[in-house]
Every structure is written in structure tokens, then in C-alpha cells.
Design a protein around this ligand. Structure first.
Ligand code: ATP
Ligand code: MG
Length: 423
């Protein structure tokens, strides 16, 4: 597994998913985040929040920020903060090196607070700034978040003693919206949002990581980049996962350049392809079922209206509650049942391939029951994995059989599920 590294002339795996700041890439928003955090630090005031979906680089950016902190700053970095207020205070004090002071398990919250306050005042006297950085802050209980606000209020008559940076996934934002945290929210002076990379940023990111790991000239097909973007949506952690597997696939293929099929096989090995096409099939089938229900509803309602009308002309009063009219009252103008079923077929789906086989069973080796042409209308009956059972009119008979779901599309302008299936 390791030898793709040598094959591509690398000195290291360029796409490790650990937040290694050696590989830190300064995209526009990562840069803005760092500038803002440094500004906050200088101003000495307030509370910062970073919010972003998983894998957008929050942790690695905090690490970079910490790495570059000036000497006069002391910080505590809390990573797994599913902590009660007391546990959090203890964790902060321990991270500041006050392990002996907090050894006693029964310290009250007030005692912990006073130890912290003494520590902060001593740092202030040394002319030092103190930061508390909380990562994965979406896991903090509301009471602990509220406790953080109290900490951020610790001050001397002139200055704040402590600054706080919180980073977390979007649930953090929802938590901060809760009414108990209104005061905390008011104290937030810096709000930074992380996002996925755009296509061009992704290309630069990949090139940058490859160069860092020792290969500045690896040739990557433009279509391969497009596929990486398609599967990752620009999410940095996903880009890394896909690129690592892609390099392996190219290595196994003995190919010095990265081609689309290598990305496809990477995505497949990460189960990314199956998932999206399954989702697509599920959504397509749901849309088709809804269409069938709507059409059936309209047909049924029209029938009912017709029969109700006939009933009204024969009876003096219409019945207070509509009941289905007996079959004998069916107006003679209705077309026969069979024709209706056939006319429904036009509404639902069409064959998307120039020529497609209709199989007896959902299996490429099964008996072929009909050949379908592009544009031919079919009616969807049921689905199984990536297969769809359809009915189609052949020589005024209805033939039923199975077709790969990728071979048909919804008719008219039915939205094919692309975007919603992407997550
Ligand atoms: N700016 C960046 N430069 C280099 N690599 C990055 C950058 N941002 C993200 N990455 C890569 O993506 C991976 C995921 O980033 P990170 O762990 O920082 O995400 P996160 O936003 O903290 O995600 P989570 O919410 O799941 O904790 C990192 O390990 C790193 O490999
Ligand atoms: Mg993180």
C-alpha cells in the first residue's frame, strides 16, 4: 500500500487526513479566519466562534493559529468538550499546567473559578495574554457554554483576563440560538464561517499538497479533477480521501498520470458511487410513484365527477355525502379500461439509451423479452437495487420486464435528482 509514494516520487503521503500543519493550505477563507483571530487577539476583547461543516479545516486552522501564536500568549486547547461546567474548568486548569491544584476531586465550582482567577491575574502581571480554545464545541452542554460566558467576563478594572475561541460544526450555531444563551451570543464579536472549496481552489489545494510532498509535476487529467470535485463537493477531508485512493489506483494501474478511471475506482472503493446512484434511484422512483398517484387521483376524480353529474340529473337531490357511484351508472362515453392504462404509460418514463434490452428478470443474463428504442414510453412498476420493472406497449400488447435504472429517465421536465443526491 505504501509504495505509491515511491512510484510518484513522493517523500510522504500527500493526502493524509490528519490535521498536519506542514500541509496547511491558505485558501481565501482560511486566511481570513487567521487574520480575524489574530485581530481578536490584539484587540484583547470578546469571543470568537468558528462554524463549519465537518472536514472544512477548522481544527487544522486552529492548530496553525496556535503554532504561530506570539510568545506572550498562553493557551488551553480543549478538544473533547462533552463536559459539565466543573469538568471543563478542571480541563482548562490542567491544560494550563495546574494539575496539582486541581487534584482534589471534590473541588467546588467556586473554588475552581478562584484558582483560575488567580492564575489569570498572575499571567496579567507577567504581561501575558490568555486564550481558551475549544474545538468540537458543538458537543458542549448548554450550561457549560453559559459557564464560558461567565469566564469571559473575568476582568480587572481595566481589562478582560481571558479570551475564548470556540469552533464547531453547524449544531453549535443552533445551540447558540437557544434563549438561555442570549447573553453569550451578544458577547460574540467574531463569527467565522468555513465552507467547502470551489473547483479552482480545489485544484490549487491538490497541487499544493502534492508539491509539499515532493512532486510538483504530477499530471492530472482535467476530467479527473472534475470527478474529484463531483465526489468531494470541494470538502477538504473528502478530497484527501479520494486523492489518496486515486494515487493508489493509478499506481496499481502502472500509470504515471492520473486519469478519470482512477478517480472512479477510488470513489467506488470509498462507496461514494453506489450511494449516490442508489439515492438517485430512490428519488426517481419516488417521483414516479407520486406521478402515478396524481394521475390515478385525477382519473378517479374525473370519473367520480362524471358519475355524480349523471346521478344528479336522474335524482332530485344530490346526496349529502358523496359515495362512489355504482358501476352501472358509468357514462357510456368513458373509454375502455385497457385504453386508459395505455394512455397512462405515456406519462411516466422514457428509454434513455439508443437501444436497450428488456429482461425477464433483473439480471443481464436473463432472457430478453423486448428491445426498446430511445424515447420509447414505459410505465414503471417496481424497482430492485439498480433495476426497474417496467411495462411497455409492443404490438398493442403490454410486455413487462426489467431494465437497468440508468437506462430510463422521467419524461417531460421531471427534475432528475442530481443535486439533492449529492450529499
Ligand atoms: N487549510 C487546509 N490546509 C491543508 N489541509 C486541510 C485544510 N483544511 C482541511 N484540510 C485537510 O482536511 C482534513 C480535515 O480538516 P479538519 O480536521 O481541520 O476539519 P474540521 O473542520 O475540524 O472537521 P470536523 O468538524 O470533522 O472536526 C485535515 O486533516 C486536512 O488534512
Ligand atoms: Mg475538527
Amino acid at each position: 500500500m505504501g509504495s505509491f509514494i515511491e512510484f510518484f516520487g513522493l517523500k510522504d503521503d500527500p493526502f493524509k487526513i490528519t490535521p498536519d500543519i506542514e500541509y496547511f493550505f491558505l485558501s481565501q477563507f482560511h486566511q481570513e479566519a487567521l487574520i480575524s483571530l489574530n485581530y481578536l487577539l490584539k484587540s484583547g476583547e470578546g469571543f470568537a466562534v468558528i462554524v463549519g461543516e465537518p472536514g472544512t479545516g477548522k481544527t487544522i486552522t486552529l492548530r496553525k493559529f496556535i503554532h504561530d501564536l506570539p510568545e506572550n500568549v498562553e493557551y488551553a486547547y480543549i478538544l473533547f468538550p462533552n463536559l459539565s461546567p466543573e469538568e471543563m474548568l478542571k480541563a482548562i486548569l490542567e491544560d494550563f499546567g495546574l494539575t496539582d491544584e486541581v487534584k482534589d476531586k471534590n473541588l467546588s465550582k467556586n473554588k475552581l473559578l478562584s484558582i483560575l482567577r488567580d492564575f489569570l491575574i498572575s499571567k496579567k502581571n507577567e504581561n501575558k495574554k490568555v486564550l481558551v480554545i475549544i474545538d468540537e464545541a458543538q458537543n458542549l452542554p448548554v450550561e457549560t457554554l453559559e459557564e464560558l460566558r461567565i469566564l469571559s467576563n473575568l476582568e480587572t478594572d481595566k481589562e478582560k483576563l481571558l479570551q475564548i475561541i470556540m469552533s464547531g460544526q453547524p449544531e453549535l450555531e443552533n445551540k447558540l440560538d437557544s434563549p438561555q444563551l442570549r447573553q453569550l451570543k451578544q458577547r460574540i464579536t467574531l463569527y467565522v464561517r468555513f465552507r467547502n472549496l470551489h473547483f479552482d481552489e480545489m485544484v490549487n489545494y491538490i497541487t499544493y499538497r502534492l508539491a509539499k510532498a515532493g512532486n510538483m509535476n504530477l499530471e492530472i487529467d482535467k476530467r479527473a479533477y472534475k470527478l474529484v470535485y463531483k465526489y468531494s463537493k470541494g470538502n477538504m477531508r473528502l478530497i484527501n480521501l479520494i486523492m489518496e485512493r486515486t494515487l493508489m489506483a493509478a499506481y496499481v494501474d502502472g500509470s504515471p498520470t492520473i486519469k478519470p478511471q482512477h478517480v472512479e475506482s477510488a470513489a467506488e472503493s470509498l462507496n461514494m458511487i453506489e450511494k449516490t446512484s442508489k439515492n438517485k434511484a430512490i428519488i426517481a422512483v419516488s417521483i414516479i410513484l407520486i406521478l402515478i398517484l396524481i394521475v390515478a387521483g385525477i382519473v378517479g376524480y374525473t370519473k367520480y365527477l362524471n358519475t355524480a353529474q349523471t346521478a344528479q340529473t336522474t335524482a332530485q337531490k344530490s346526496p349529502p355525502i358523496p359515495t362512489p357511484a355504482p358501476k352501472t351508472q358509468k357514462p357510456p362515453t368513458q373509454p375502455p379500461e385497457k385504453e386508459e392504462e395505455l394512455s397512462n404509460i405515456k406519462e411516466e418514463a422514457v428509454v434513455a439509451f439508443p437501444v436497450a434490452n428488456l429482461f425477464k428478470n433483473p439480471d443481464n443474463n436473463a432472457q430478453v423479452v423486448a428491445h426498446l428504442k430511445r424515447g420509447e414510453p414505459v410505465k414503471v412498476l417496481e424497482t430492485k437495487d439498480n433495476w426497474i420493472k417496467v411495462a411497455v406497449k409492443k404490438d398493442s400488447k403490454i410486455v413487462e420486464g426489467w431494465i437497468p435504472s440508468s437506462h430510463i429517465v422521467l419524461k417531460k421536465d421531471s427534475p432528475l435528482p442530481t443535486e439533492s443526491a449529492q450529499r
